[in-house]
Design a protein around this ligand. Structure first.
Ligand code: XUL
Ligand code: CO
Length: 443
């Protein structure tokens, strides 16, 4: 088979002191941390759309990269994308991939023709999965690119568009299931609105929930045992995206009784667009029992849009891995690099180097998070901060055995509160730095 990334060798772990740019310094897939292999903690996935399709175009200019992979016809181009995808996953030791239906196969002139293309490409991808051992983390339907979705898909005011989206999602679920996916994502691409002057918000949300209900029922009926995910995002492309953030989505799932089948796919850059930290969104999912999967990327502090940079900020990856470990680790989910190289980083080599950077940043995050847990000072401080709830009146509050009357008489007899203690934020932040830079995580 043709080598699509001849400049990229097989990338292996060489340790922190290696100066080979095609080596991992921190990601050692089969090394165990807290008794589990790094590859099983991290469950890295390649995003098919950024890696094999996006050519770097932006609002001011066309693509700078070439993702035709030498294909002389549309069909050959899509086949070559698939070969290139599996070559890259093999060279980078990435175990999973995520895809939209329209990433892997071209659209035909009719829905039936498009479905045929999709099934043909899915069977090639299945062969490549079987011969390489690579797996699908999740699949999804692209219900936002085509002009028919100008007003949304499941939230479109046009019932014919709703029907078209339903048909597309049905097929995308079938293909995901046939490829053994344990996840299926709803990212509400254009599910939102610009103005209430033309929008019946209640009708749109009721319809969206109905579409999700039908998707769950159909998926379960054809043997899908994995997780459905909603991926929150506050804006872009619409002004008011309905799936604004984790808390909003959890309210939606509970209102419509979807919380047993759905978990959240939290994306780092979407969290910061919503004015939250990535860790806040992960913790919100965790404490509500809907932590599922992660789209790993990074926003830019100075840019207010979804830049989808490859993640290299080790503070953020450390906070993230602390949250993942608190949640008990991934079950069906993983870390999908929903990330792209910058427009001037236009070569195949850049893509490999970007994945290496992202994988090493998460491997560092995992190693440092484990060292912070072993160090124990942060957990100890956190627990001791709430110690007043273990005895006396605090224990009664914890046991839910008190009343406003009892608390009133307690407060009246107490006088002023005199026992507040410091939150010690600066001290705690310095613990992170000291663990990170003392190198204790290197063992
Ligand atoms: C868009 C985004 C999507 C979803 C899948 O911001 O994150 O790529 O992850 O549709
Ligand atoms: Co995403």
């Amino acid at each position: 088979m043709k080598d699509f990334f001849p400049e990229v060798p097989y990338v292996r772990y060489e340790g922190p002191d290696s100066n080979n740019r095609f080596a991992f310094r921190f990601y050692n897939p089969d090394e165990k941390i807290e008794g589990k292999k790094m590859r099983d903690h991290l469950r890295f996935a390649m995003s098919y759309w950024h890696t094999l399709c996006a050519e770097g175009s932006d609002m001011f200019g066309r693509g700078t990269g070439d993702k035709s992979f030498g294909g002389r016809s549309v069909d050959e181009m899509f086949r070559n994308k698939a070969y290139a995808a599996f070559e890259l996953m093999s060279k980078l030791d990435i175990d999973f991939f995520c895809f939209h239906d329209r990433d892997i196969a071209p659209e035909g002139n009719t829905l039936a023709g498009t479905n045929e293309n999709l099934l043909r490409m899915a069977s090639l991808i299945k062969e490549l999965m079987d011969s390489t051992g690579k797996k699908v983390l999740w699949g999804t339907a692209n219900c936002f690119n085509h002009p028919r979705y100008m007003h949304g898909a499941g939230t479109s005011p046009n019932a014919n568009v709703f029907a078209f989206a339903a048909a597309q999602i049905k097929k995308a679920i079938e293909v995901s299931v046939s490829l053994g996916a344990k996840g299926y994502v709803f990212w509400g691409g254009r599910e939102g609105y610009e103005t209430l002057l033309n929008t019946d918000m209640k009708k749109e949300l009721d319809n969206m929930a109905y579409l999700m209900r039908m998707a769950v029922d159909y998926g379960r009926s054809i043997g899908f045992s994995g997780d459905f995910y909603i991926e929150p995002k506050p804006k872009e492309p619409t002004k008011h995206q309905y799936d604004f953030d984790a808390a909003t989505v959890i309210g939606f799932l509970k209102k419509y009784g979807l919380e047993k089948d759905f978990k959240l796919n939290i994306e780092a850059n979407h969290a910061t667009l919503a004015g939250h930290t990535f860790a806040h969104e992960l913790a919100t999912a965790r404490i509500n029992g809907v932590f599922g999967s992660i789209d790993a990327n990074e926003g830019d502090d100075l840019l207010g849009w979804d830049t989808d940079r490859f993640p290299t900020n080790v503070y953020t990856t450390t906070e993230c891995m602390l949250e993942v470990m608190r949640a008990g680790g991934f079950v069906n989910g993983g870390l999908n690099f929903d990330a792209k190289t910058r427009r001037p980083s236009f070569t195949g080599e850049d893509i490999a180097l970007a994945y290496i950077a992202g994988m090493d940043a998460y491997a560092l995050g995992l190693r440092i998070a484990a060292a912070i847990r072993a160090d124990g000072r942060i957990d100890e401080f956190l627990n001791s901060r709430y110690a007043s709830y273990s005895t006396g009146i605090g224990k009664k509050i914890s046991d839910r055995t008190t009343s406003l009357e009892e608390l009133e008489s307690y407060a009246l007899s107490m006088g002023e509160v005199t026992d507040n203690s410091s939150g010690r934020q600066e001290y705690l932040e310095n613990i992170i730095n000291s663990v990170m830079f003392s190198g204790s995580w290197r063992k």
